[in-house]
Design a protein. Sequence first.
Length: 128
Amino acid sequence: MQAITTPHAPAAIGPYSQAIALSESNLVFTAGQLGIDPETNTFVQGGIQIQTRQALMNIEAILRAAGTDLDHVVKTTVFLKDMNDFAQMNSVYAEVFGSVKPARSTVEVSRLPKDALIEIEAIAVLGK
């Protein structure tokens, strides 16, 4: 196992890694990413669409540090504070991913870290 870290995504806010790469299985697993700007360590302002885009940008930065990218994501899990935000989240999500969309689960949760609107985690294949 190899811990993946990058300053281009928010630092872990607990005892966990931004991602873990498993070379024997050629996979990388990201921790859940919030809509936090890594430069300011604060949430981006503007609602669910802006936080969704930032969370995906954070995932992209972590994947690049691991040696892969969003085109190699095979599965995501999206945690929403409010399922009424699904359509707005989905429009940004569809924009960000290419023609082959990863498998995805989306659930509403009662609360997210730092009272975020969204958290997204990903599993990707290593290599470009």
